[in-house]
Design a protein around this ligand. Structure first.
Ligand code: GAL
Length: 655
């Protein structure tokens, strides 16, 4: 087994501070146990104040000062913030929103992924930076751009996007009849005579053809991947070996991160637990009140597991929330201890580095209300002591063995997220939510989970594999599931479309080689209506399928109206609904028992993560929780875990 000594990092903006301050800042980072510093990702206007006039002096100096202090550097490419002069050169680089309105300069991420002259400019600045710094001994990682897709920037309805989309369609379908057939354009007389007649799927009178929308989503995702590839290729012209990563965001599914990740050496993501709870969770007010200072107990873990897969095992947290952010509807301060807990949780999930955003709070511009590790007056902010404590704890502990720690896998598919946004069939149906709620249900049962790409060929490490909501079966996936010995839980909505966004001839879930069941029809439900289960607590919510099991398929659970809900054939299960937490618990317990997985129902805020032979417990509740229910399985020393507490133990068999 590989062992790992995780390290800490911080995001730093030398261009925001007088040069005289840099050495003291670097010394302060090192004294706090920080080993990595990420710089320069928004620095273009200082690197190239006028077109072609490069000013490297400040970055040379910043890198020299940070390196002299012993820090390793993540060098960001500054392409998320093309400077104002770039607009003079390329007025068409701006993206357009869904109404066709051109987005303006004055914040960031204003560029259009389809606009090829900007892609070339991005490649140019990357090449110049790699030429200058690629062999610098302290530059130990590159970061491309910043948070692709953030601020709703994957899709652009610009002239460049239209041109690119038409070209992409012509390459994909070769002739217009093939496109008309694939999209079903005979419907509503939507047939085209030429690719040049096709518009972007917006501004239509009523909804556009879902196949049209879906191809636009595929096209748009590919532009992000190609934009990133251009940066990687440019860096690699001068630097063949320094690893390259990107910092992805939470709950952004607009482009295929697995595909983009194929071109990088590692993944990282930006973890803002309190911002995400307020801004990106469907949970109700009571839940948000309970966790307002701790964050959702599963949201961080979900992304750790997702980005571990995107990075093929190598991943970081590049930006860890240190205190209140400025961008959510409400921005509370974390409960004391949570910054340490969030970082430990990432480490238990296998993060190589946890890096905090940011060293010092900026007194100016958009993020002046966003906390850092230091206040604007350079005095310690509350999180600094937690970072220092964490650094000491890491220094004194043995290496971790995070790999191969989960017995359960969930297959995650970005294309399905696009499909269900295009055709939710009920306004509260969200693919992310479906997958996340199944993930949460398994975590509530004490399980550790891997998230897998849809092209995973080998599931032999797992006892249980979940395939929720996969729009259409990826080639090879059914075969891979068949070859594994795992129990497999499929659905709802899996296999309900062809790749061309039509209903498959055999009807969903369209996987007879695994399980003989037919979804004869479906319905979506108002959010205030639930359907009770037969003989069990919990309810069906949002989404319901009417299942016709084949003769070899057994009904395990039904709704109170006797419609089958969970069916089984050998080690394959099909679930025909979206559920509330109590009903999910029932289903998951049943499926886990079949898979031979021991489960325990954890108290609301308690979560576990296996890390090799170690087990970590995290308390997201605002009060202490008992660990009694775990004794006999794990050897936690403590019987109680305080709010924001982290406990470490071992499986009894390994003590
Ligand atoms: C991230 C971003 C940072 C900063 C931070 C504030 O999404 O990458 O540059 O804006 O949010 O929370």
């Amino acid at each position: 087994m590989n062992s790992m000594k995780p390290e800490l990092g911080v995001c730093y903006y030398p261009e925001h501070w007088p040069q005289q301050q840099w050495a003291a800042d670097a010394a302060g980072m090192v004294a706090s146990g920080i080993r990595w510093v990420r710089i320069a990702e928004f620095g273009w206007s200082r690197l190239e104040p006028q077109p072609g006039q490069l000013d490297w002096a400040w970055l040379d100096q910043a890198i020299a000062v940070l390196a002299a202090a012993g820090l390793k550097i993540v060098l960001g490419t500054p392409t998320a913030t093309p400077p104002r002069w770039m607009l003079r050169q390329h007025p068409k680089l701006l993206a357009a929103d869904n109404s066709g309105q051109v987005r303006g300069f004055g914040s960031r991420r204003h560029y259009d992924f389809s606009y090829l002259p900007y892609r070339a400019e991005a490649g140019r600045i990357c090449r110049l930076m790699a030429e200058r710094y690629g062999t610098h001994p302290a530059v130990a990682f590159w970061q491309t751009d910043n948070e692709y897709g953030c601020h709703d920037t994957t899709l652009s309805y610009s002239a460049a996007a239209l041109k690119g989309f038409r070209r992409w369609l012509a390459a994909r379908y070769q002739n217009i009849d093939a496109l008309n057939t694939a999209w079903g354009n005979v419907f509503w007389s939507m047939e085209y005579a030429d690719f040049a007649e096709i518009e972007l799927p917006h501004l239509t009178v009523t909804e556009a053809n879902p196949a049209h929308c879906h191809d636009f989503r595929r096209y748009s995702s590919e532009q992000v991947v190609a934009f990133n590839q251009a940066q990687v290729a440019a860096i690699r012209q001068h630097d063949k070996s320094t690893p390259i990563l990107h910092n992805y965001m939470g709950r952004i599914t607009d482009f295929d991160h697995f595909e983009l990740g194929d071109d990088l050496n590692a993944a990282s993501w930006d973890s803002y637990p309190l911002g995400f709870l307020e801004d990106r969770s469907e949970e109700g007010d009571a839940w948000k009140q309970r966790f307002m200072r701790q964050g959702d107990p599963d949201f961080q873990a979900f992304h750790h597991d997702l980005y571990r897969a995107v990075g093929k095992g190598r991943w970081w947290v590049m930006e860890q929330q240190p205190g209140p952010v400025n961008w959510a509807p409400y921005n509370p301060a974390p409960l004391a201890g949570m910054v340490r807990l969030w970082a430990w949780e990432a480490i238990a999930h296998g993060a190589e580095v946890v890096s905090f955003f940011r060293w010092r709070q900026a007194p100016f511009a958009q993020e002046q209300m966003h906390a850092g590790l230091l206040r604007p007056d350079s005095q310690p902010a509350p999180a600094l002591a937690e970072v220092q404590q964490l650094a000491a704890e890491l220094q004194h502990r043995a290496p971790l063995h995070p790999e191969a720690s989960a017995a359960v896998a969930i297959v995650f598919d970005y294309e399905s997220a696009w499909a269900w946004e295009t055709q939710p069939q009920g306004q509260n149906f969200s693919y992310f939510r479906l997958v996340f709620e199944q993930y949460r249900a398994l975590r509530r049962l004490g399980l550790s989970i891997d998230i897998c790409a849809p092209d995973t060929a080998d599931f032999s490490a797992y006892q249980l594999v979940l395939v929720p909501g996969m729009m259409h079966w990826k080639p090879g996936l059914q075969q891979a599931l068949k070859q594994s010995q795992a129990s497999v839980l499929i659905g709802p909505r899996t296999g309900s479309k062809t790749a061309d966004f039509s209903i498959p001839a055999r009807l969903p879930p369209n996987c007879q080689t695994l399980i003989d069941v037919t979804v004869s029809h479906v319905e979506s439900l108002r959010p205030d209506v639930g359907i009770a289960l037969h003989n069990h607590s919990g309810q069906i919510q949002h989404w319901r399928e009417y299942l016709q099991p084949g003769t070899t398929t057994e009904v395990l659970l039904s709704a109170a109206d006797d419609i089958a809900l969970l069916v089984q054939s050998e080690h394959y299960f099909y679930l025909g609904a979206q559920l509330d937490a109590a009903a999910y618990q029932q289903v998951m317990q049943q499926v886990c028992a079949h898979a031979g997985l021991a489960t325990v129902v954890l108290p609301e805020g308690l979560r576990l993560r296996t890390c090799g032979t170690e087990i970590f417990a995290f308390n997201y509740a605002a009060d202490s929780v008992s660990l009694e229910m775990l004794s006999g399985v794990y050897d936690f020393q403590a019987k109680q875990l305080a709010a924001a507490g982290v406990a470490q133990g071992h499986l009894q068999a390994h003590t």
